[in-house]
Design a protein around this ligand. Structure first.
Ligand SMILES: Cc1ncc(COP(=O)(O)O)c(C=O)c1O
Length: 391
């Protein structure tokens, strides 16, 4: 360690003392449904539909590599736009029910790019208090004034909208399925307020795409609020099993993003393998449009079982099910206790979630059979009791 870096050691020690130090560990593909020797049951994966290792998706990725190569070799605006990007954007627009779509390097890059293209200095962003870090970072980077409304509270959004000084563009930002709580935003109510107050609205469907709505179109589609939602963002990295992000919107807004979204302009285009994988995953969704609702049915049964056993699952209404703990160290101890029983459920602590709300974030995937879910609910309830986690 260089002398100029000694402060890092102190800062890391301070995080450790607070029970907030994070670490990296490799599963090397050991997570999954099965109980093969040394295998862990992975309850922390966002591969909700088990498409990351689906042979159809992997074959589509490999076919794209063969046709287009390993990398796109330039930004989309230079020579990076390939036929496969255009095909993927057409398919995403159809899935989402919007006139057009634009693909970015990641979900994070999508949020940063589109939000700062829609609002800047002198403008206003109204954002849910529990919105994902990528949305918060995007709002901060945009230089717009940021107003945070109470979680899922359309009334408070309305109050903030009315109290906001006149002038400037105004944008509402929310997730549809919240990444750490698994609850679902009241999009119809929020959209109603946005329309009444003349606000633009952007919805992050990272955890809804592929799972909620007709054939995995998302909550915007399920709740039929597309007319009030100017743009619907999604990621290719969760239920679709690959990597990359996108936004679905009007043709004009897409053209605007191409001019102004800096994370789109100043970054190399999404590599062909990931474009191919996403096209393969969308084909699976078209062939099996009910897999998202199958996942939600299994998740609902698992949640009900956990609740019956006295586990506090917060406001979850989706495949994301928190086991609310509160204390940071206790959450980590619970994680360890489950790990000893072959269950991987990673503890989520501040600043990812508000202080005092540490939890295990469980995600149900199609790799978990109903029998496994039933058994795991029992193990979790017992472990939580042993750790003194109150329900
Ligand atoms: C709500 C939400 N939005 C955006 C992202 C970023 O997506 P990506 O992982 O594709 O960068 C995430 C990822 O965790 C997320 O949970």
């Amino acid at each position: 360690m260089r002398m100029t870096e000694t402060w890092i050691k102190d800062e890391l020690a301070a995080l450790r003392d607070l029970g907030l130090e994070r670490g990296l560990s490799s599963l090397d593909g050991k997570g999954g449904e099965s109980g093969g020797a040394g295998a862990l049951l992975n309850f922390s994966s966002n591969d909700y539909l088990s498409l990351a290792r689906d042979p159809r998706v992997m074959a589509a990725a490999m076919a794209a590599v063969k046709q287009y190569g390993a990398g796109a070799a330039a930004s989309r605006l230079v020579t990076g736009t390939l036929g496969c990007h255009q095909q993927l954007e057409e398919q995403l627009a159809v899935l989402k029910g919007y006139p057009s779509a634009l693909v970015f390097g990641s979900g994070y890059a999508t949020n940063v790019g589109i939000i700062s293209a829609l609002a800047g200095r002198g403008d206003h962003i109204f954002i849910d208090r529990l919105a994902h870090a990528s949305l918060i970072d995007a709002a901060i980077l945009s230089r717009a004034r940021v107003h945070r409304f109470h979680h899922n509270d359309a009334g408070h959004l309305g109050e903030l909208g009315r109290a906001c000084p006149v002038g400037g563009r105004r944008l509402v930002v929310t997730e549809s399925v919240f990444s750490m709580d698994g609850d679902v935003a009241p999009l119809a109510e929020l959209a109603h307020v946005a329309e009444r107050e003349g606000l633009m609205m952007m919805v992050d469907e990272a955890h809804a795409t592929g799972v909620f709505g007709p054939a995995g179109a998302g909550v915007v589609s399920r709740d039929r609020v597309g007319s009030a939602v100017n743009c619907s963002m999604g990621t290719l990295s969760k239920a679709l099993g690959g990597y990359g992000g996108f936004v679905a919107c009007s043709a004009e807004m897409r053209a605007w993003f191409i001019q102004k979204a800096r994370s789109f302009i100043y970054s190399t285009a999404l590599p062909p393998a990931m474009v191919g994988a996403a096209c393969g995953a969308l084909e699976v969704l078209r062939a099996e449009p009910a897999i998202g609702s199958l996942l939600l049915t299994r998740a609902a049964a698992f949640r009900a079982r956990l609740k019956d056993l006295g586990v506090d699952t917060g406001g979850s209404q989706s495949q994301i099910i928190p086991v609310m703990v509160g204390d940071n160290d206790k959450a980590v101890r619970l994680q360890r206790r489950l790990l000893n029983q072959g269950i991987l459920a990673v503890a989520i602590r501040p600043p990812t979630v508000p202080r005092g709300t540490a939890r295990l974030r469980l995600s149900v995937t199609l790799a978990h059979s109903p029998e496994t879910l039933d058994r795991v609910a029992g193990v979790i309830a017992e472990a939580a009791r042993a750790e003194g986690v109150r329900s």
